[in-house]
Design a protein around this ligand. Structure first.
Ligand code: FAD
Length: 664
């Protein structure tokens, strides 16, 4: 007999990984009754792969999540075993914080957060079916934020989900964040078994439900390295990598936890490792054709690295503790799907790991994903109102990418229920906006990882100014509470005061000042000079000015970093801001709904095909579709300008581009 669980919850989130946690927390904090369903309550917030948060571009994502009022930064700050700012000697756009995390503590912290929310109900079960009904599309378009729905007379809307015990859960919105679990298959050498990640079964049913709704699916793969018994590693033979002596944190909130840090270590592959890999390549399912899905280009397996870069005789491998209370160690850079016996032999070729024992083998996982061009920018499915997808299911790879999407899906599921326009962050505003824009407007054929090079505006999208860019938005949507807002307002006041002070306070060309400048950065002053003018010079930093300016010593590091960057890069920032303005003016030009691109003779065939499939809503989105040339965009631009001119001439309000001749 089928049991039914009533009444309807506002939002159901399937999956308690990094996307699911942000989605559930955002939904609950915005006041929605929320149900978080997961296969295993003990793995809430599990880090399936590396025990780390952040790094280039990913730290920007975490800071942005924090600035909007999400939780990943808080989790990472609370559970670190090491904090390090990468690229600290390089430009501000690429500086990135990375936390080595205690995996077990991270899980515990996430579960506590979830359990602290009275309006989140937790359930351990496997969702196997999504239930929808057909409804008229009228009235939904506003909440979807895309007028394309207006042209459809009907659309499917969520009713609820069913689990493998036959229970039905009703909801007004659904966020699917099932990661690598859908029809997941694990591979260790020639051995394969069902599984979403090592030690956990895969999940079934949701793929079928989404296909029935009309969504297209594909297969992707990713891999994880072996875990080593730390007691069997001779760290004396390895290069030691300690954390920063003065750590930075992810969250913009003050009073971050101060903890003792653990070192990581560095070892390297060598000719013996490479020879073993080459000898056994025929036993790797990736090379025998058993494992089909494309893997992450920017996180390749060790056999990929060795075969793709045959001239490189060594690859760096980081030896990273998985926590404070375990001897389990992660071998960063050594992901493989060669058989266990080969993995063990490969590990023992590494300096310091001659006697090391593997305690968990490396493996690859292959899983279903749903290309995200099938979603609106809100992350809601174009096929069914109220159903949102976030995280690895959308073709991304990485905890931070998943969390960023989860947060936006959580916010927008709430806004959908309340009939409010969705929150869509622009590319210019954030890496989160860039990530989602890339996902929904481009066809992803391999796991997508965020990189600083994916942003046209990376000098504007720094980790130090994420709060300036996004905290006011977080406040407006209701996720930034009074405490966070007060911190933000206070920081802004401190910035404004300091900017004025730097222009007002001057130094004279005394011997004392010039000796300090000469000693630390080979600079001199020859006339009365403001501190602002001094900071504009590339080699002069706050830590030099502090030798003769007492006030700057007292300033919070976050204020100094922001003020110094804004001063030093003023020219570049202005230019980038101008290009943002130009691009957004052109990019925001709306494209007509359901337009017959096939009828524009001058467009390339590829452009016709992609535009018809993706139906971009603006010229900016069209410009980012891979395969569309600047010439194609030029043709669309001319058509749109003609349309506008004609509308003015005939005083006709917009009748759609279809009315235009197809010759340009
Ligand atoms: P996940 O963290 O996978 O969480 C999915 C959640 O959904 C789980 O809680 C699960 O219980 C739940 N779930 C699934 N199906 C159902 C269902 N039907 N009903 C109820 N609950 C369900 N990332 C990198 O950046 N670099 C790497 O090298 C890397 N390697 C990886 C190697 C492996 C073997 C794996 C498994 C993952 C790897 N990742 C890597 C990816 C990283 O783990 C993910 O990007 C990230 O965890 C995705 O977060 P998510 O929230 O989308 O999903």
């Amino acid at each position: 007999m089928q049991m039914t669980t009533q009444p309807a919850i506002d939002t159901i989130v399937i999956g308690a990984g990094h996307a699911g946690i942000e989605a559930a927390m955002a939904s609950a904090r915005l006041g929605c009754s929320t149900m978080l369903i997961t296969l295993n309550l003990d793995t809430i917030g599990q880090m399936s792969c590396n025990p780390a948060i952040g790094g280039p571009a990913k730290s920007q994502l975490v800071k942005e999540i924090d600035a909007l009022g999400g939780v990943m930064g808080l989790c990472a700050d609370a559970t670190y075993i090491q904090l390090k700012t990468l690229n600290s000697s390089k430009g501000p756009a690429v500086r990135a914080l990375r936390a080595q995390s205690d995996k077990a503590e991270y899980r515990t912290y996430c579960r506590k957060l979830i359990e602290s929310m009275p309006n989140i109900k937790l359930r351990q079960t496997m969702v196997t079916e999504i239930i929808t009904e057909v409804i008229p599309a009228e009235g939904i378009a506003g909440a979807v934020g895309n007028s394309s729905l207006e042209s459809n007379s009907e659309i499917r809307q969520l009713i609820g989900v069913k689990d493998n015990l036959g229970l039905t859960y009703y909801a007004k919105s659904l966020i699917i964040t099932t990661g690598t679990f859908l029809n997941g298959k694990l591979w260790v050498g020639e051995q394969s078994m069902g599984g979403g990640r090592p030690g956990e079964s895969g999940s079934f049913g949701i793929t079928g439900s989404l296909i029935e709704l009309g969504l297209k699916t594909g297969r992707l793969k990713t891999g994880t390295p072996p875990r080593i018994d730390g007691r069997t590693i001779d760290t004396n033979k390895l290069d030691k990598h300690p954390g920063d002596s003065i750590p930075s944190y992810f969250s913009f909130l003050p009073n971050r936890p101060v903890k003792p840090q653990l070192p990581c270590y560095l070892t390297r592959t060598n000719a013996k490792t490479h020879a073993l890999i080459e000898k056994h390549l025929h036993r790797s399912p990736m090379y025998t054709g058993l494992l089909h899905g494309p893997g992450p280009r920017y996180c390749p397996s060790i056999e990929d690295k060795v075969t793709r870069f045959p001239d490189k005789d060594s690859h760096h491998l980081f030896v990273e503790p998985e926590g404070r209370n375990t001897y389990e160690v992660y071998l960063q850079g050594f992901s493989t799907c060669l058989p266990y016996d080969v993995q063990q032999a490969m590990v023992n070729t590494l300096p310091g790991l001659e006697n090391a024992e593997i305690i968990r083998p490396a493996c690859a996982v292959e899983y279903d994903y749903f290309p995200a061009y099938q979603l609106h920018h809100s992350l809601m499915s174009k096929k069914a109102a109220g159903i949102f997808l976030a995280g690895q299911i959308n073709g991304t790879s990485g905890y931070e990418e998943a969390a960023a999407q989860g947060l936006i899906a959580g916010i927008n599921a709430t806004r959908f229920i309340r009939q409010q326009a969705p929150l869509v962050l622009s590319r210019q505003s954030s890496y989160i906006g860039t990530l989602i824009d890339d996902l929904v407007t481009k066809e992803i054929s391999e796991p997508y990882r965020m990189l600083t090079s994916r942003s046209e505006f990376r000098l504007l999208l720094r980790q130090d100014n994420a709060d300036q860019r996004l905290t006011p938005i977080g406040r407006e949507i209701g996720l930034v509470d009074d405490e966070r807002w007060a911190v933000f307002v206070e920081k802004n006041q401190a910035i404004a005061t300091e900017q004025a002070r730097l222009k007002a306070v001057c130094v004279n060309p005394t011997e004392a000042i010039n000796t300090i400048l000469q000693t630390h950065c080979n600079e001199q002053v020859h006339e009365k000079t403001s501190l602002y003018q001094l900071l504009r010079r590339p080699p002069i930093r706050y830590d030099i000015i502090e030798h003769f300016d007492e006030t700057s010593k007292q300033l919070p590091a976050s204020v100094k970093t922001y003020v110094e960057t804004e001063i030093k890069y003023e020219g570049y920032l202005k230019r980038q801001a101008q290009s943002v303005k130009k691009l957004s003016e052109a990019g925001n030009v709306k494209l007509p709904v359901n337009f017959d691109y096939g009828a524009i003779a001058q467009l390339s065939n590829e452009a016709k095909e992609k535009l018809a499939q993706l139906q971009p809503t603006t010229l900016g989105q069209a410009a980012k579709i891979p395969g569309l040339t600047p010439a194609d965009i030029g043709i669309l631009q001319i058509l749109l300008t003609r349309k506008k001119q004609r509308a003015i001439q005939t005083s006709e309000s917009s009748k759609g581009l279809q009315a235009l001749p197809d010759q340009v």
